[in-house]
Design a protein around this ligand. Sequence first.
Ligand SMILES: N[C@@H](CCC(=O)N[C@@H](CS)C(=O)NCC(=O)O)C(=O)O
Length: 280
Amino acid sequence: MPILHTDNPDITSLKGLHLYHAGMSNCAMRVRLALEEKGLEWTSHEVDLGHQENLEPWYLAINPKGLVPAIVHDGVPVTESNDILRYLEENFSEPALTSSDPALAAEAWEWLDLAASLHMKAIKTWVYGTTGGASKKRSDMDRYGDIQPDKSLVAFHEKSLDGFTVQEIETARQMLVDVFDRMEARLKDHSFLVGNEQSIADIAWVPQYVLLGMLGFDFSPWPGIVAWATNQQKRPAYQSAVTAWLPKIPGWALRKGIQAMRLWRKLKAGLSARRSRPVS
Ligand SMILES: N[C@@H](CCC(=O)N[C@@H](CS)C(=O)NCC(=O)O)C(=O)O
């Protein structure tokens, strides 16, 4: 579990549960959901990903990979959303988000691991691919390459600057379709992904429904998933963990906004590259 051992007094002096997060981040959403389902008190620290606040030294001291979410619990940083969920389940066991039946608990963790394994190759690839590109500028990449210890993240952001091919986006979509087919097989006649209660499995997948749905992924072929998500949205924890943190604009407007912002960045980068090219 990525627990950071630090003697940085700005971190060690933090008492209670502190969450470093961003509204639209699906990984942060699942941690907020777990905190709210467990009724825990937590202090919010929103990290502005648009302005790359996640790559500032104060945040890298909490999460050296510069990713949200991270928590600091009584001065101890824990990173990676799945590990944070495990940490919360171990340290704040009531109400439990995993069954006391070991087989059901294992099944729930599997759903969580599946979400993690698809995060970059399916979810992020589809999101970045369909909204038109990169969250980093080419001019940021040298510094990013230097500070980012996880080289698969560097490769992903390089790739997103070059642009995903139609085939890559389709492969990502197909991976998601395969999972949603599996989810549908379960949810067409069950209210929860595992067992008869809300669990870490539902918490792992609700954020994908929210994010992908907002960005135009069509869930209509899976009515069981839609019904499950509709029930999830009625939970008080959903209101405080998801609704409260989402932009208050319709999905289509959000999509257009992201596309326009990314196009503008590309144009600006292209113009400054032309300006700095030596005249021959
Ligand atoms: N494996 C990480 C992934 C976290 C992640 O990718 N977070 C994104 C937001 S969804 C982020 O912080 N992106 C900022 C960046 O890449 O610079 C987890 O599960 O916590």
